[in-house]
Design a protein around this ligand. Sequence first.
Ligand code: SF4
Length: 301
Amino acid sequence: MQIERKFSFSLSRLSCFEFCRRAYFYRYIFSWGGWEEAADPLVRKAYRLKNLSGSKAWLSEIFRRTVRRFIREKTSSRTNPDLLLVGKSEFNRAWDEAVSKGPQCLPSGKTRSISELHYGGREAGAVLRSALANEFRTLLANFAESGFLREYGPIPYLQFRDLAAPESVEIGGVAVYISPDFLVLRGDEAETVNIHLGGFRDIRNWDFAAAFSAIFAGIRSRAARVSCRSVFFAPGELSVWASRPEHEARYLVVEKSSEMISFERECGGDAPPREEQEKCAGCEFRGICLQVPAAMPQPDT
Ligand code: SF4
């Protein structure tokens, strides 16, 4: 079955576009179809590399997953879940997937791995695991003492939804993928929560993420008033109730989508020039970027 490649906007797509046009090409154009066994080996490789993330982003995802699961279990069952056990099971499951399967092309879907692990090998893996596990324990200890947990722990599950997978809403005619961590409903008021790992000065576009969450909550809940809360664990805790104005968020989607679509049209199947910069050292695609021949197979779009 042929799957159609459709454009959709997300902040991670925008940040890749702004990071490096060539990385964008690999991630969103060239790797398309790389999950197929019959695909060109280079395309399959690009697809595997696309499923890598840096250790910081990986840890952030595991932390958010743990927080969502813990709060869900705490508020929907009479049992009192153990935060450390929930965290341990999420961490071990994700680590085992990253180590044993790596970033593969599977018919059942993709498996994720960690860039430093992929490029650093097994020896680097042991050191990385211990560093990430220590950081994760500190984060959980912090979270256990947080004002956020004191406030959210007692809210009945029926009053909120945890949004584990990105959902899309249409903004300016473009599908936008949004993944707030929680949507809380209190009467005709809604509050979205985005959890971040890092200080609010370090997290790029968190204010746009909050604005998209507010648009999403307005559409899904039909609440009269929507507020957005961004919680930064760095590893201390800071809650910020602020976002970009809605018109700026809409403008960003329309403007940047148009730039990305034009870029995709213009480059076709040809990778843009390499960017010889320091950022290449941490880029997921360096394993293909430095070995791709001049003429590459055309992606099947
Ligand atoms: S290795 Fe450098 S030039 Fe190549 S895709 Fe990554 S950031 Fe861009």
